[in-house]
Design a protein around this ligand. Sequence first.
Ligand code: PLP
Length: 460
Amino acid sequence: MSMHPGEPWSRGVRRRDDGVVEVAGLGVHELAAQVGTPAYVLDETDFRARARAYRTAFETAFRAVGTDVDVYYAGKALLTVAVARWAREEGLRVDTASGGELAVALRAGIPGTEIGLHGNNKSDAELDRALEVGVGRIIVDSLVEIDRVAAAARARGVVAPVMVRVTTGVHAGGHEYISTAHEDQKFGLSIAAPRGSGVDSDAPGDSPAMTALLDVVRRPELHLLGIHSHIGSQILDPTGFEVAARAVLELRADLAARTGVLVDEVDIGGGYGIAYLPGEVALDPERIAKDVAGAVDAVAARLGTPLPRFSIEPGRAIVGPAGLTLYTVGTVKPVALDDGRVRTYVSVDGGMSDNIRPALYGAQYHAEVVGRASVAAPVLARVVGKHCESGDIVVHEVMLPGDVRAGDLLAVPATGAYGRSMASNYNLLTRPPVVAVSDGTARVLVRRETVDDLLALDQG
Ligand SMILES: Cc1ncc(COP(=O)(O)O)c(C=O)c1O
């Protein structure tokens, strides 16, 4: 048996001596025969290991500075009943961002108290359902939402546990972060004070974040649990987390100075980066946990405030590398480029409907022929889907064996996050199944959609 090929593949992926790849002990031919292609394939052991690694790293680092941490698995990355259960069995809670995600988490048996509800435009029905099932926290995202949550809580006769989502001006993603005062995006409430909106027109007024916190504090229907900050996605440099966490702790101290309320919790969000391509290095949970714990410890000491309990919301870092998409190659077409090179277009049986990320924001992926060995010289290839759209690209540029041909099984690694969860029915393709593999056995977690499913929605 050959070695695990390393990142970006899940740890249960091996290429056998005969060149055939297996996932968690199950060869890709058996897998394709059992569930068909395209299919999202999840390595359950790898998912669990990553969930544990994040929990252990953050617990260890934050306990070392005298506080504790809760890890919420961000269900937006991929949520199925089984996946939510795996997360819980590994000691994680579940973060949801809609009534649909909330419903799946509840069906998985996650207690309401271990669920968070996000969203910049939650409906009244979503808020009411969240209160009905007693979610542990509703993360408020705008000033008007405070009224709506309070009204929903009043109607139910409960006190709603609330966090306020703030924007710290830190944007992060990829290898760098930028820091600005005001953020031009729809999420959260800025901690930057607008000038000239105070009582004295030259004085700075309260920031939207402070205004929201003060408003929540004075409402009897709301209990202010804490402050939430999420700075971006696919972050590979921990600096942004440290800068944002410091800003949140300063805001917390300001609120305490003004109201006497020192909130108990701070959430620093998700966004921990993974390897999508060979040679890329994922953010190390132990390093980021230590760096952030050290930074918040120092700032809390400077501010003279005890540390709050922390929470984080990783999604991609848990499920992304645990998943791959298995496709079957159809047509193969060499195209002559103006610069004299040839690009081989390799069409697979899915495309932008099962992975929109390359088309949406130029995300880069890797691909390999996984059903056999090849000694053919590699060629420059582009893996494309079967949709009526020239931007229907799965892998922009990758070297594939020159004899790649119809019927080959091709796998794209690191598609566990934001693949199925962002999938569409474009061209009325049916969405692929989500299949878990462990100990050589495949289990369908979400079945493949059928044309009958599509027709059932169409009322004629
Ligand atoms: C509030 C919040 N938390 C957590 C996440 C999860 O991010 P990731 O999957 O990159 O860890 C997101 C992603 O958009 C988010 O908006």
